[in-house]
Design a protein around this ligand. Structure first.
Ligand code: G6P
Length: 609
C-alpha cells in the first residue's frame, strides 16, 4: 500500500518523480504528492485524487535535482490534502514520505506535543518528520537513527534534509524498498516498476537497512551504522510490459496475455518430449523429505488464497499429500502445530503482502520447510523463502489479479505432477500423458479469450444487477470464489461464491427472478450433480449463466446463457474456466463506468496488516 519514489540527479527531478509515481499508483491512489528541494528551499505539492492531478512543471519546482514523492492508500487519517505526503517537520527542515504504519504514533505524538511540536495532519507518518527534527543535534544521520530506534511498526521511508541538498536517505523496515543505480543518478522506490525507465541495475534493501544516496554513489548500512554490502541485480522487465499496449485497460491486456504468461510459467519446466516436469528452484526438497512430509500448508491472501484452494485439490489428487489452506492473516496469529515434517507454501503475486510475509516468518521460526510461489522476482517473500518457483507471469498492473492467478495455479499443478511422480502415485506414462495435455492449456485459454465479444453481450443484460451468486464444485469451487471476487472488486456488485451443493443451506433463499447465478458446469465427475443444482435455481426463477464444455447442447435447456469453454482434463479446468468469469466481471464493470484498473478502496500490494 502506498508507493514512494525518490531521486537525486543532475536532471530536473519533478517530472520524473511524477512519472515514477504513475507506475506505482496501483499501490494506492486516494491522494498523491511530491516534494523537491532547490535553491529556494522545499517545494511541496499534494492533492486529493490521482497522480495525474499533480503539476510537475510549476515554476517553483524547476531546477530541483533532488526530491521525493508518494501515492497514498489511507491508513491513518482520511484522504485529504493535508494528510497527503510529503510531510515536513514543524521547523521546515526535514521532509519525509512513508509507506507503512507507525504503530506507536499516538504515544510519540503525545510525547512530541509535550515538546511543543504542533501537528498539521491526522496521519501516523507526520510523527517521523517531527521526531527527526526533535532528535537533531548536529548530524542528520544520527538524528535519523535516533528516530528509528523509537519507531515501532513498518516503514519504507525517504527523507530529505533542507540543509543538505546532496543527500537522500532511504530506510526499510517491513515495507519494500529498492535502490536504482542510474548514470550519475540514484533512485529509491517501493518497487522496480517505477525504475525500469531509468535503469536496469537495482539493489534490494533488507529490513533494518538504511541507504544514503548522493550524486557520487550510495552507502547501505544497518541501523547500528555498520556498512552492509548488497550486490546489485539486473531487472529483466521490459518497459512495454508495464504499458497498456493499445488496450483500454491493464486488466483486459493482462487477461489477453494469459496464454503467453502460462507459456512463460511452463517454459523449461514442462518437457513434453521427456514427459517430465523440472522445477529447478525447489530441489532443496529432497525426495526423502517429500516422502516424510506430514502436511503441506498453503498460506496466502485474496486471489492468491483462491489459487491455494485449487492447489489443495490438485496436489491431493496428483501427489496424495495432505494439504491445508490458510488465510495468511489468520495463520500468523494462530498457534499452529507445525514442524520439520511440514512444508509451508506462501503464494504471493507481489511477494510483499504483509500477512503472507508474516506467515512465512512464523513457519520458518517453527522449523517448517518454506517455499515461495511469487511473481515479482527479488521480492521479499521470494528472497526470504530461500526456495520456490517464480510464476513468470510478467508485471501485473491491474489491481484485480488475472494472469498472476492463472500462473499460480499452473505452478501448483506442476508441483502436483512433479511430486505425484516422485512419490510414485503417478506412473511415468501417466505423467507423460498429463504433461502433454497440460502443454496444450495455453492455447485453450486463448480460445476462451476469443469469446470476449460474446461475453460482453451477456454482460449487457446483467450490468444493472445488484447481486450475483457464483457456484462451482470440486476443483471449480475456488473458481466460483474467484469469479465472485473479480466482480465485486471492479464492479462493486455484491457477489458470493459457493460450493454448488451448499446453496441449499442458505443462499437458495436469495434466489428469485432478479438473481443471476453463474454456474461452472463443465464436464467432470460432478457434472450431473451440478445440473441438479441448476434445476433447483431454475425452479425458483433464478437466471442461470452456465460455463459449459463445448459440445454440451443439453445445458442450453437449463440455462439462460451458456459460455462454452474447450474440453480439458478436469484437473486443469480451473485455468480455463476462470477466464470467462474474468471477462464477465470486466465487461460488466466497463458498462457500469467503473475505474477498472484502480477500483475504489483497493490496492494491489497490501504491505500493511
Ligand atoms: C490485494 C490485491 C489482490 C491480491 C492480494 C494478495 O488484495 O488487490 O489482487 O490477490 O492483495 O496479493 P499478493 O501479492 O500476495 O498475491
Amino acid at each position: 500500500m502506498c508507493g514512494i519514489i525518490g531521486m537525486i540527479s543532475n536532471r530536473d527531478v519533478a517530472e520524473h518523480l511524477i512519472e515514477g509515481l504513475k507506475k506505482l499508483e496501483y499501490r494506492g491512489y486516494d491522494s498523491a504528492g511530491f516534494g523537491v528541494l532547490n535553491d529556494r528551499g522545499f517545494v511541496v505539492s499534494k492533492e486529493v485524487g490521482r497522480v495525474a492531478v499533480l503539476e510537475p512543471r510549476s515554476s517553483e519546482a524547476q531546477d530541483a535535482k533532488i526530491g521525493i514523492a508518494h501515492t497514498r492508500w489511507a491508513t491513518h487519517g482520511q484522504p485529504t490534502q493535508i494528510n497527503a505526503h510529503p510531510h515536513v517537520s514543524q521547523n521546515g527542515r526535514f521532509m519525509i514520505v512513508h509507506n507503512g504504519i507507525i504503530e506507536n504514533y499516538s504515544v510519540l505524538r503525545e510525547y512530541l506535543s509535550k515538546h511543543d511540536f504542533k501537528f498539521k495532519s491526522d496521519t501516523d507518518s507526520e510523527v517521523i518528520a517531527q521526531l527527526i527534527a526533535h532528535e537533531y543535534k548536529n548530524n542528520t544521520m544520527q538524528a535519523v537513527r535516533e528516530a528509528l530506534s523509537r519507531l515501532k511498526g513498518t516503514f519504507g521511508l525517504l527523507i530529505l534534509d533542507r540543509e543538505d541538498p546532496g543527500s537522500l536517505v532511504a530506510v526499510r523496515q517491513g515495507s519494500p524498498l529498492v535502490i536504482g543505480i542510474g548514470d550519475e543518478e540514484y533512485f529509491a522506490a517501493s518497487d522496480i516498476s517505477a525504475l525500469v525507465q531509468h535503469t536496469r541495475q537495482v539493489v534490494y534493501l533488507n529490513d533494518g537497512e538504511i541507504a544514503e544516496l548522493t550524486l557520487s554513489g550510495y552507502r547501505v548500512s544497518n541501523f547500528a551504522d555498520v556498512t552492509v554490502v548488497n550486490e546489485p541485480t539486473e531487472i529483466d522487465w521490459e518497459i512495454e510490459e508495464i504499458e497498456k499496449g493499445g488496450y483500454e485497460h491493464f486488466m483486459l491486456k493482462e487477461i489477453f496475455e494469459q496464454p503467453q504468461s502460462l507459456k512463460q510459467t511452463m517454459a523449461g519446466r514442462i518437457i513434453p518430449d521427456e514427459g517430465s516436469v523440472k522445477l529447478g528452484g525447489i530441489t532443496a526438497i529432497e525426495e526423502d523429505t517429500l516422502r516424510r512430509l506430514n502436511r503441506v500448508i498453503i498460506s496466502s491472501c485474496g486471489t492468491s488464497w483462491h489459487a491455494g484452494l485449487i492447489g489443495e485439490y490438485v496436489i491431493e489428487e496428483l501427489a496424495r499429500l495432505n494439504v491445508e489452506v490458510e488465510y495468511a492473516s489468520e495463520f500468523r496469529y494462530r498457534n499452529p502445530v507445525m514442524g520439520a515434517d511440514d512444508l509451508v507454501i506462501l503464494i504471493s503475486q507481489s511477494g510483499e503482502t504483509a500477512d503472507t510475509l508474516a506467515a512465512l516468518r512464523e513457519a520458518t521460526s517453527r522449523g517448517a520447510h518454506v517455499m515461495g510461489v511469487c511473481n515479482v522476482v527479488g521480492s521479499t517473500i521470494a528472497r526470504e523463502a530461500g526456495m520456490g518457483v517464480y510464476t513468470h507471469a510478467g508485471p501485473e498492473i491491474g489491481v484485480a489479479s488475472t494472469k498472476a492467478f492463472i500462473t499460480q495455479v499452473a505452478v501448483l499443478v506442476m508441483l502436483g505432477m512433479d511430486w505425484g511422480r516422485l512419490k510414485g502415485h503417478l506412473s511415468n506414462d501417466q505423467t507423460c500423458d498429463l504433461v502433454e495435455q497440460f502443454n496444450a492449456v495455453p492455447d485453450l485459454v486463448r480460445n476462451v479469450c476469443d469469446q470476449s465479444d460474446t461475453i460482453q453481450a451477456i454482460a449487457g443484460e446483467y450490468a444493472d444487477c445488484r447481486n450475483f451468486l457464483y457456484l462451482g464444485r470440486g476443483v471449480n469451487f475456488p473458481v466460483a470464489l474467484e469469479g465472485a471476487l473479480k466482480l465485486k472488486e471492479i464492479s462493486y456488485i455484491h457477489a458470493e461464491g459457493y460450493p454448488a451443493a451448499e446453496m441449499k443451506h442458505g443462499p437458495i433463499a436469495l434466489i428469485d427472478e432478479n438473481m443471476p447465478v453463474v454456474v461452472i458446469a463443465t464436464q467432470d465427475p460432478v457434472y450431473e450433480k451440478v445440473i441438479s443444482n441448476i434445476q433447483e435455481i431454475r425452479a425458483r426463477q433464478g437466471r442461470v449463466i452456465a460455463v459449459a464444455t463445448e459440445g454440451d447442447k443439453e445445458i442450453r435447456q437449463h440455462s439462460d446463457h451458456v459460455i462454452y469453454v474447450p474440453e480439458v482434463n478436469p484437473i486443469f479446468s480451473p485455468i480455463v474456466n476462470v477466464v470467462p468469469l474474468q471477462l464477465l466481471a470486466y465487461h460488466i464493470a466497463v458498462l457500469r463506468g467503473c475505474d477498472i484498473d484502480k477500483p475504489r478502496n483497493l490496492a494491489k500490494s497490501v504491505t500493511v496488516e
